[in-house]
Design a protein around this ligand. Sequence first.
Ligand code: NZQ
Ligand code: ZN
Length: 387
Amino acid sequence: MIKNFTFQSPTKIIFGKGSISAIKREIPLEKKIMLLYGNTSLKSNGTYDKIKHALSNRHEIYEFSGITSNPDYDYLLSCIKEVKGRRIDYLLAAGGGSVIDAAKFVALSALYDGDPWEIVESFGACTKNAIPLASIVTLPASGSEVNRDAVISRKTKKAKLPFGNLAIYPQFAILDPELTFTLSNEQTANGILDTFVHILEQYLTVKVNAKLQDRFAESILLTLIEDGPIVFKEPENYEARSNLMLSSTMAMNGFLRAGVPMDWAMHMISHEITSLLGISHARALAIVIEPYLNYCKKQKHEKLLQYSRRVWNIFETDEEKAIDISLSKTMDFIKFLGFKTKLSDYGITNKEIAQIVRLLVSHQMIKLGENRNITPEVVTTILKSSL
Ligand code: NZQ
Ligand code: ZN
């Protein structure tokens, strides 16, 4: 049965072509704004000019750029210092999950007197305050634009850790599919796979007869499978880009997890692979999925069977066989998206596996999965099966 839950998704979603102009009315006039973004894409695809134009009636807009994938604590310290020093009181993040997560970390740190790393180490529990932030999504993947979570790295500590806080729900999210037309197939694929796994972490667990959450999850998986290949051929297909964008956002707005068991082991393992080897988030997920789901076939049997029937239309009566076919179709889709699916494809050996598991232990990630039975020993077995 569905557990009792409280569901909130306070972020205002403003969807559609040209919706950037809405920032003019959404950000209060008196606010001192800082625009946060990445390296080159925002300026090269014209989004930067659209933002500046929409905010042309503002006197003080500060900027902080150069935020790379897997945003780094040490790099963001100077942003925090500037935000505090200039008494910035509104952050506008324009980019993908890395930029939005960076803004969330800065928003909390701006009102925190201690070492900002304490916010990450406490998984966000050591503070309740943040300056307001909003987002303009240019890469649909993380869903950070509508949730209270973020992932920050500290390369000097080989750490990449998630945290959450009620104060960092973005005020609004601009979802303009045209802003994603310039995404490379590789980045588009990253977004599709990250969203796909977000669904699996919240859906491929234990059956609790949560019919709405299940069908909502299945509808997003079907949309990714149908429209993913379309944008590979037609990067400027507005409708397919719209469906992918909404899929990434709605996968993480909190409804799918309402009252149901969740996994997230694949994500925690992938974060360690990223922090140790610098492999991007979705690429790290792609090498964990097959060995992980194969290992968990028994405990996820009922949901895997439902998944094989409803997502891949497999009506083989032999349930084990149906599940195996659905997992191979899943891996075919992931390979079609251009992902390597073996640890050995990245030169990972037993030595790195031991390091990955040590990092998990050092970050207290020792009882993972919906049944809390994915221990360091189990992770070792799972990763070794993908060599
Ligand atoms: O730096 P620029 O030049 O802007 O290039 C960016 C960046 O290098 C490029 N890009 C973004 N929009 C573009 C574009 N290129 C062309 N056209 C556009 N419209 O894409 C590159 C990757 O961007 P990034 O923000 O790193 O990607 P993504 O959105 O996949 O975010 C990944 C981060 O999100 C975290 C991941 O761990 C990772 O750090 N996640 C956050 C979550 C959350 N807050 O709930 C959950 C996720 O599971 C994930 O962990
Ligand atoms: Zn993810």
